[in-house]
Ligand binder design. Structure first.
Ligand code: G
Ligand code: G
Ligand code: MN
Ligand code: NA
Length: 254
């Protein structure tokens, strides 16, 4: 595949960019976070979405330097917004299981925070349920040490994997990101509504916060509010945006 061989040079050619999607606190309506989402600005194909290249980057190992670049760029940007007097946001960065298996996540994160001058409390790392289950011992130690430094952790796509409640407790996770597949039919499917409500209640009793992904309508939003969800993210508020657009959005909001 041509895309695959192009991928090897994409990092040195600075072809990756980050888009940012806001995360809204439901109690106040304020933007409290941003998720960094990588895109590949391919010279011929234009903007390529991560689903098309992350799997290949994982197989080839490119995800290690790419993941480090994403983290660095996102933290640098978050620190720049703070210095510019924009509202302080928690920056959420996605991590791949391969970064835990083959990279040095702890050292990368600490080096990046230092270089960016970003206080560790303003970085949130999104893990998948499969990271917790398959790599538990090494991952557990890494998560614990980074948490001691103040870094936050969330579970992405929560509800689609296999995490048990004991994992959530053992890893001292801060936040659950309720998967979009449950949110999508929240207003029309009683089972999905029951699942979302149960996740929120469980999170509450474990002292975790919740964010709903893929919020697209007013109806979804009012259900989520009624269930006591803390935050929301989705097209209803804004799509992932290039940095300048995101800055305009931020200035208009807060
Ligand atoms: O907007 P969207 O198409 O960006 O994202 C699709 C998927 O790609 C999401 O599940 C997201 O977790 C993943 N993704 C986006 N950016 C990154 C990244 O920087 N690293 C990793 N590992 N995954 C990412
Ligand atoms: O990491 P994660 O899988 O959560 O990445 C978020 C993905 O969800 C990205 O692909 C992003 O573009 C997408 N996304 C964000 N908001 C919405 C939404 O409201 N609806 C849908 N269908 N997708 C969304
Ligand atoms: Mn995510
Ligand atoms: Na997700």
């Amino acid at each position: 595949l041509a895309l695959r061989s192009d991928l090897r040079h994409a990092l040195e050619r600075s072809e990756f960019v980050l888009h940012y999607q806001p995360q809204i606190e439901l109690a106040t309506g304020r933007v409290v976070g941003a998720e960094a989402l990588v895109r590949w600005n391919h010279p011929e194909r234009g903007l390529v979405l991560p689903a098309r290249f992350i799997p290949a980057a994982e197989e080839s190992g490119l995800i290690i330097p790419l993941g480090a670049w994403v983290m660095h760029e996102a933290c640098r940007q978050a620190a720049a917004w703070r210095r510019a007097g924009l509202p302080s946001l928690v920056m959420a960065v996605n991590l791949s299981a391969v970064q835990f298996r083959r990279g040095d996540v702890e050292q990368t994160v600490l080096a990046v925070l230092e270089a960016a001058g970003l206080p560790s409390e303003w970085l949130e790392l999104e893990l998948t349920e499969s990271i917790l289950i398959h790599e538990s011992e090494g991952v557990l130690a890494t998560v614990r040490r980074l948490k001691q430094q103040g870094v936050r952790f969330s579970i992405d796509d929560f509800g689609t994997g296999y995490s048990s409640l004991s994992y959530l407790k053992r890893f001292e996770i801060d936040k659950l990101k309720i998967d979009r597949s449950f949110v999508r039919d929240l207003a029309v499917d009683a089972d999905d509504a029951a699942i979302v409500r149960a996740i929120i209640q469980m999170a509450r009793s474990l002292g975790l916060s919740t964010i709903a992904e893929g919020v697209e309508t007013d109806e979804m939003l009012s259900r989520l509010r009624a269930f006591g969800c803390d935050e929301a993210q989705g097209y209803y508020f804004a799509r992932p945006m290039p940095v300048q657009e995101f800055e305009c959005y931020l200035r208009e909001q807060n």
